[in-house]
Design a protein around this ligand. Structure first.
Ligand code: MGD
Ligand code: MGD
Ligand code: SF4
Ligand code: MO
Length: 736
């Protein structure tokens, strides 16, 4: 029975990659409850604690509803912010860019796109033409503190960064997880709602799950085996595994052999790394490496899933590439139960190839450190020094879209200082936070609940083919704008469609977008996509989403390399392994006594840096703690709960220690996304329990050599008890 004025709206949750189906109970336009959508064929009712916080963000009084401009000096914590009309805000935003461009040229405008932009179809479809249209070399995004090494590896091997292998988790009989914690993150570059349930199902059907992580994680608790690994040593571990597979004649590439080149080179390479040679550096003993290799190779189907831990480290591209090598040599690439390439309803693979977005590496370099561009974008680890350096070509203006680089990029404090040097800064964002407080203008999009929902990017990473579209859940406010409208209006004012820098894809999207809007573009994509009979209308009639079946093989047809071959031995990776081999021989890879390195972690009730303003999510005990093992804590006179100082080359932070059996000796761990104690923000809940930013101690100088992706993992640090001020004897004696 329906109560008048009450209704249920169904859509996917836009917060993380799992895209769980949710049911939002509404009374008029007021949210009364959010729960999992039991009828979603993909997520089957699964949600995590963050889903209900969608309501908190939607109703958050701190969330910006109208554009604001800063009056007074940049960065002044006491600056006044004034609400202005959209026209005034957009004009002022555009004018600043036009002036900077006129005085200093196109490269003087920098852009940074953050994670929520990837969860918003309108922001993707309208952000891309704007950013490409600006034609600047100073293009940055969260990709290069996340998945860039995976994209580079795909471009090397498959000729297209959009061809990303995904674990076929529901059909595999052996899952090897390297540096991912889906029990908490809910899966990444593997859209698999209810990932924990899917992992348990592998074991229930007689398969095996092994986790390799410097922390015994929540995911490790679901596995048959867990091995600690020294941060950054995954490439060596994989070489050791490949050695056993080649040496013991376990390699079976099967049908892949017909369209793969470079197999002999990688076989020869692997033979140089017997497990005994890599054991000490990885922290995993040789017998365990050999067993792992045999189990993987002999399993009926097997897949290796590497994620943030294998990407955000110094050997990120090599590790990502060796995972592909492992899949090819064992015949597990592009087959059911192995690593597969989804064919989503709107397929970026042919689009990327046709519009010149398949990939590119090093066609230009950053000015200061010479880091390579990938796909036209520079690594975000270079952003602070680029904004800072007076070499010719310094960016004077910045546009951020859904990003919080002050908390998300390595050496965030340095970036923060550099933001103070800008002539003009515009943020498209919903909060005045650690980054956007430096802006001149903040342009806030409406809540996602006021907008259509189609998981454009996440569908391309899903472990099944699914489709789901929802209209706005709640009537949009009359003066509200979606991300796409803000980006379109900026583009119009900047005339980016006419700029010579607007690449073909940018111009095509800008033209079609103006005519069709995001819903029209999505409809066009669905109608012309690989799955027949889809359209927005069809999906509106299926509010719980449609299941379009399991993943299907795509090779060799989808390959974009010359002659449609998998290129298994890219020169850049072979060179890098030689370098790694030399440092292995020099003993540089092994742990020095007493040394500590830092890794980060995610938390179920957090989403990167921007959901700590939900009281429901942040309540409970302090969660921004330093995990440290007993041995390392005792050696430093640290007891559980003590405040400690964590120091690196770039800075220091103070946090309570949590002595934990989860941690590998020599490795300590802070969560990322905290650090809300900076002045001048408008985050009333988050600033009550600020925590500290791990990225005040990570190092922008520490990157994956091939891609320039930030090595956020494995940062050398020292940890010692915080000095208790002698003026406060009560506090000191309480600790004694
Ligand atoms: N040390 C360490 N650092 C890390 C990581 C790590 O594991 N360790 N992880 C890295 C990873 S994987 C990522 S993806 C990055 C994330 O890096 P970022 O994307 O830079 O940071 P987020 O915390 O996701 O910030 C999102 C911003 O978008 C805004 N926002 C939220 N919703 C919307 C919306 O609908 N529209 C608009 N326009 N804005 C919105 C928020 O207010 C916030 O300012 O952090 C990286 N940094
Ligand atoms: N609850 C929650 N969910 C999220 C997010 C969030 O902030 N909170 N963020 C979302 C985003 S943007 C992303 S990209 C995904 C990320 O999803 P995941 O990749 O699952 O992310 P993490 O939980 O950071 O897991 C990385 C793991 O790698 C380990 N690790 C660190 N260094 C190394 C190493 O050198 N080698 C190996 N083998 N392991 C290492 C860490 O200990 C950690 O357990 O999560 C998404 N989902
Ligand atoms: S797992 Fe991700 S998509 Fe699912 S409810 Fe939680 S935040 Fe939303
Ligand atoms: Mo991410």
């Amino acid at each position: 029975m329906t109560v008048p004025g009450r209704r249920t709206h169904y859509r996917h949750c836009h917060l993380c990659e799992a895209m769980c189906g949710i049911a939002i109970e509404l009374h008029g336009d007021r949210i009364t409850a959010i729960r999992g959508d039991d009828d979603d064929p993909f997520s089957q009712g699964h949600v995590c604690p963050k889903a209900v916080a969608i309501a908190d963000i939607h109703d958050d009084p701190d969330r910006l509803r109208r554009p604001v401009v800063r009056e007074g000096k940049r960065g002044d914590p006491d600056a006044r912010w004034r609400e202005v009309s959209w026209d005034e805000a957009l004009d002022r935003a555009a004018r600043g860019f036009i002036e900077v461009r006129r005085s200093y040229g196109r490269d003087a405008v920098a852009t940074y796109a953050g994670n929520p932009a990837a969860h918003n179809a309108g922001a993707i479809l309208f952000g891309l033409p704007l950013i490409l249209g600006l034609g600047t070399r100073h293009r940055y995004s969260a990709l290069s503190v996340d998945v860039l090494p995976r994209l580079v590896a795909s471009w090397f091997a498959f000729g297209n960064q959009a061809l990303i292998p995904i674990p076929d988790i529901d059909r595999t009989s052996f899952l090897l997880i390297l540096g991912a914690n889906p029990a908490v993150s809910n899966g990444s570059v593997m859209t698999a709602p209810g990932a924990s349930r899917r992992i348990r199902a592998i074991r229930d059907r007689g398969g095996r799950v092994v986790v390799i992580d410097p922390r015994r994680t929540e995911t490790a608790a679901l596995a048959d085996r867990h091995h600690f690994i020294r941060p950054g040593a995954d490439a060596l571990l994989l070489l050791g595994i490949l050695h056993v597979i080649v040496d013991e004649g376990l390699a079976r590439p099967g049908r892949l052999a017909a369209f793969t080149t470079g197999t002999d080179e990688v076989r020869r390479l692997a033979l140089r790394f017997p497990p005994a040679r890599v054991a000490e550096a990885t922290g995993i003993d040789a017998a365990a490496i050999a067993t792992l290799a045999r189990d993987f190779a002999r399993a009926p189907t097997a897949v290796c899933y590497g994620r943030v831990g294998t990407c955000n480290q110094e050997n990120g591209t090599v590790a990502s590439w060796l995972i592909d090598v492992l899949h090819v040599l064992t015949g597990n690439l592009d087959r059911a139960g192995g690593a597969m390439f989804p064919t989503p309803p709107i397929d970026p693979v042919p689009a990327a190839a046709r519009f010149g977005q398949a990939g590119s590496l090093g066609s230009f370099h950053s000015r200061v450190r010479g880091l390579p561009e990938f796909g036209g974008e520079l690594p975000a680890a270079a952003m602070a020094e680029e904004l800072e350096s007076d070499l010719p070509g310094r960016p004077r203006a910045l546009l951020t879209v859904a990003g919080n680089p002050v908390l998300s990029l390595p050496n965030g404090a340095r970036l923060e200082r550099a933001l103070g040097r800008l002539d003009h800064f515009v943020a498209v964002d919903i909060y005045r936070n650690e980054t956007t407080r430096w802006a001149d203008v903040i342009l806030p999009p409406m809540s996602p609940l006021h907008q259509d929902a189609y998981p454009l990017a996440m569908s391309t990473l899903a472990v099944r083919h699914v489709a789901r579209f929802a209209p706005p859940a709640i009537t949009p406010p009359p003066d509200g704008k979606g991300d796409w409208e803000i980006l379109l209006e900026l583009a119009t004012r900047l005339g980016t469609g006419r700029l010579p820098g607007g690449r073909m894809l940018g111009r095509a999207l800008a033209w079609a977008g103006r005519k069709l809007g995001p819903r029209g573009l999505i409809d066009l994509g669905l109608r012309t996509g690989p799955h027949r009979g889809l359209s927005v209308r069809r999906l509106l009639r299926a509010p719980h989403g449609l299941d379009l079946g399991p993943l299907q093989p795509r090779l060799p047809r989808a390959l974009a390399t010359p002659g449609r071959r998998v290129r298994l031995a890219p020169a850049a990776c072979l060179d890098e392994v030689r370098r790694l081999e030399a440092s292995l021989d020099a003993g540089e890879v092994s742990r020095r006594a007493g040394e500590l390195v830092l890794v980060s972690r995610r938390q179920l009730r957090s989403n990167n840096s921007w959901m700590h303003n939900s009281r429901r999510l942040v309540k409970g005990p302090e969660r921004c703690t330093l995990l440290i093992c007993d041995e390392d804590a005792t050696a430093r006179g640290i007891a559980d709960g003590d405040r400690v100082v964590i120091r690196s080359r770039t800075g220091e932070v103070e946090a309570p220690a949590a002595v934990s059996v989860e941690m590998m000796p020599g490795v300590v761990c802070l969560p990322h996304g905290w650090g809300h104690g900076r002045p001048g923000t408008d985050l009333s809940v988050a600033s009550e329990r600020p925590g500290v930013s791990v990225n005040d101690v990570t190092d922008d100088g520490f990157v994956d050599t091939i891609s320039g992706n930030a090595a956020l993992s494995g940062v050398p640090v020292t940890v010692e008890p915080a000095v208790v001020a002698t003026m406060e004897p009560t506090a000191a004696s309480a600790r004694a």
